[in-house]
Design a protein around this ligand. Structure first.
Ligand code: C2E
Ligand code: MG
Length: 725
């Protein structure tokens, strides 16, 4: 080869290159006609190839043909038997006919047709399965040329293509299901839809391809919804959820949509597949369901679910704009009483009126919700960047709310007018960020309880100490669960005596020797034990320990006649097996039943009067006696008092404390004493601390006393020393 080139000065220069091509020339020359040349071409083909003469006799075969014949001889497959050079292939085809070989007859016909010039060429796809694999072949027959009469026959393995086609067919059928399907590219441009998609959305394939699913947008979802959807898709490759779409005819439908991302070999999203299952088609039905799902049917206010949505949004917004917001957690005071005494219908009307008044007080933008029962929540957003300003704004609103709710209610119900008074207790939780809706509600709820225990018709702000109290309670609860097993409980005994100081018995009082806190008062853990149900095993332990003590005392002359008073909690008393439990303990320790006195509270009795009476009567027949603790503090009424088989009334220490201080309490004490005497019950006063109180009680005919004046609750050893003294 030659080339014109230029040197640095621009002077032209002719360059000539000589290459040795003799080798190439030699191959070309030798191969052109040689057998080797033809062979190597034939053998390099992946198909089985044979050349047949005009009678169908095999003249030449390639290597693949030979190998196939060798590997498959004796196995099914017509082209596999005796197909070496010199054999008549047409005869073999005929011999195979009727055998398991498929296609042999057709191939035979095809070869004849091409040989006789009836066909230019012939081809046939046929299955040729072997016992351990599925195979398909393509047979093709072409004339040898003009000079020679004969044909070239090839068999090509097309199994891979066939399998792929089958897969595609299955996929295509699967795609046409009852659920709407859409395939998009990575940019959400629609590439394919199925018929169900058209049925569901009203959009045909022509209208859909090239669009994005945005064409279905109903406007019902906010930005946050789609942000979450895409976040999930990007992070996990999957999203599913309920989505509101607009059909082509404008109707809104609710659908369940599941989207999966399809990844390519480089783990990049190549497609998205969306599957729509149709849920509801009727807009009115949807609205009704929406209303039922998110609104309280009675007051028409948003319900807890909707409130939670709004709270999440409000919390997200406040994190962004740094403005404080607040919720008021509002609970009506003594609503249950109105419901119980005037019926649910009146209660419902009252709630409706409360909702109406609340709506009038809060701004249009504030969310007002009913959580259920007599609990309402007001959400006040975007108050101020300054926490104190925000707090004072909330306080104003809460004050107004208390004011309007405390006004008298006139309820017309069952053709009668009722006048009610009903106040509310409000807990306030301020928020700015880093809170979940549940935490915020929890804060305000806690503050509401503070407002209630502070005397109701009041408002309280949540503060961290409240949270600490709750946290401390949780850890106390954990310890309480271990206390029985760790034998941390102890019984203290507080004497009960006559005025001449003769001891008639004792009240057993539970103490918890906590490994870190020291002695814990029952006032601090009994309520917790009640709420957690732990009072059941604990109460049983107290009962059994007291019985065991009574048994031991039977052998001690000074103690033999003492009676032990055991406090029983409501939960414990109302369990089904309580009577059996007590009887079992009496039997196990074989003690005289009248040595055991059970102290009940008024609230226990009122919880379920019928159950109380029947259990008391059952135990009474076994000889157990009963004392009414805290008598006079609750809704004591003569009517139930006469029905209860009580042995003793215990005058509550709150009245005793006020003897000589508050005249009305002295009157109550006198009344209880004469009531007891008239009903044939013993009377005992507890919490006697001073000589004046004792003297008053003695003067007015209360024979027995209990209190610090004569003895504090003490451990067993100390109590026994007191006895001896
Ligand atoms: P309670 O049954 O009214 O018990 C009387 C409480 O008043 C005891 O408090 C006692 O220590 C205290 N007390 C006695 N005399 C005086 C006095 O003169 N002045 C003053 N200020 N207080 C006096 P404690 O032991 O702290 O028990 C508190 C409550 O815990 C009991 O009230 C009872 O309701 C409950 N409790 C105690 N032990 C048990 C128990 O074994 N089972 C159950 N279910 N509750 C128990
Ligand atoms: Mg008691």
């Amino acid at each position: 080869s030659a080339a014109l080139a230029f040197d640095e000065d621009g002077t032209p220069e002719l360059r000539v290159m000589v290459r040795d091509i003799s080798e190439r020339k030699l191959i070309e020359h030798n191969l052109k006609d040689s057998e080797t040349f033809k062979r190597s071409i034939l053998d390099s083909m992946p198909s089985q190839i044979a050349v047949l003469d005009h009678q169908g006799v095999i003249v030449a075969v390639n290597e693949v043909w030979q190998r196939f014949a060798l590997e498959n001889s004796g196995k099914p497959g017509q082209h596999a038997r005796n197909t070496e050079v010199g054999v008549n292939y047409l005869e073999i085809c005929l011999a195979s006919f009727g055998d398991i070989d498929e296609g042999a007859q057709e191939v035979h016909e095809g070869i004849l047709a091409v040989l006789e010039g009836r066909l230019q060429s012939y081809s046939l796809e046929y299955p040729c399965h072997s016992p351990n694999e599925q195979r398909w072949f393509l047979a093709s027959v072409t004339p040898l040329g003009i000079e020679y009469r004969g044909v070239v026959i090839t068999h090509t393995n097309i199994t891979e293509r066939k399998l792929a086609e089958n897969e595609l067919r299955i996929a295509a059928i699967a795609f046409e299901t009852q659920t709407g399907m859409v395939v998009t590219d990575a940019n959400a441009v629609i590439l394919r839809i199925n018929k169900a998609f058209t049925k569901l959305t009203g959009y045909t394939e022509a209208e859909s391809l090239g669009q994005t699913p945005h064409m279905l947008s109903s406007g019902q979802h906010d930005k946050l919804f789609f942000e979450t959807l895409w976040n999930d898709l990007i992070n996990t490759g999957y999203w599913e959820g309920q989505i509101w779409n607009r059909r082509k005819d404008g109707n809104i439908v609710v659908e369940w949509l599941a989207i999966s991302a399809v990844m390519d070999a480089h783990a990049r999203v190549s497609h998205y597949i969306g599957v729509y299952s149709h849920i509801i088609q009727n807009l009115e039905a949807i609205e009704e369901i929406h209303r039922l799902a998110y609104y309280d049917p009675l007051t028409k206010l948003p319900n807890r679910r909707l409130l939670q949505d709004r709270l999440s949004q409000a919390l997200a917004v406040s994190t962004r704009n740094r403005l404080y917001g607040a919720i008021l957690f509002l609970d009506l005071d003594h609503f249950k009483q109105i419901n119980d005494t005037r019926g649910h219908e009146a209660g419902d009307l009252l709630l409706i009126e409360v909702a109406r008044r609340l709506r009038n007080v809060v701004r249009e933008v504030d969310t007002l919700a009913r959580l259920g029962g007599d609990e309402f929540v007001v959400l006040l957003e975007d108050l101020d960047t300054d926490v104190e300003v925000a707090a004072s704004l909330v306080k104003q609103v809460a004050g107004k709310v208390l004011g309007v709710l405390a006004e008298p209610y006139l309820i017309h119900c069952n053709e009668q007018d009722y006048n009610f008074h009903c106040s509310a207790s409000i807990g306030i939780g301020l928020y700015i960020d880093k809170l979940t809706p549940e935490e915020l509600l929890g804060h305000a709820d806690l503050a509401m309880y503070e407002a209630k225990s502070g005397g109701r018709n009041a408002l309280r702000f949540f503060d961290m100490t409240m949270q600490e109290v709750v946290t401390a309670r949780t850890s106390l609860e954990q310890d309480l669960r271990q206390a029985l097993a760790h034998q941390e409980f102890k019984l203290y005994f507080q004497m009960q005596a006559l005025h001449n100081r003769r001891i008639i018995g004792a009240e057993v009082l539970l103490r918890w020797a906590h490994p870190e806190r020291g002695l814990v008062s029952p006032r601090d853990f009994i309520p917790l034990a009640e709420q957690t149900g732990l009072i059941l095993p604990i109460g049983l332990w107290v009962l059994e320990t007291a019985c065991a003590q009574l048994k031991t005392w039977e052998a001690v002359p000074l103690a033999r006649d003492l009676q032990l008073a055991v406090n029983v909690s409501a939960h414990q008393f109302h369990q089904e097996c309580f009577v059996e439990q007590v009887c079992a303990a009496l039997e196990r320790y074989a003690i005289q039943p009248d040595r055991l006195k059970l102290e009940l509270t008024e609230s226990l009795v009122l919880d379920d009067i019928e159950d109380t009476i029947s259990k008391m009567l059952a135990l009474k027949t076994h000889g157990v006696s009963f004392s009414m603790n805290d008598f006079g503090t609750g809704f004591s009424s003569l009517s139930y008092l006469t029905k209860l088989p009580l042995n003793q009334l215990k005058i509550d220490q709150s009245f005793v404390r006020n003897l000589g201080v508050k005249h009305s309490d002295a009157v109550i004490v006198q009344t209880i004493i004469s009531m007891g005497n008239n009903l044939g019950m013993e009377v005992i006063a507890e919490g006697v601390e001073t000589e004046e109180q004792r003297a008053f009680l003695e003067l007015h005919g209360c024979p027995a006393i209990q209190g610090y004046l004569i003895g504090r609750p003490v451990p067993l050893e100390e109590f026994e020393r007191q006895l001896n003294r």
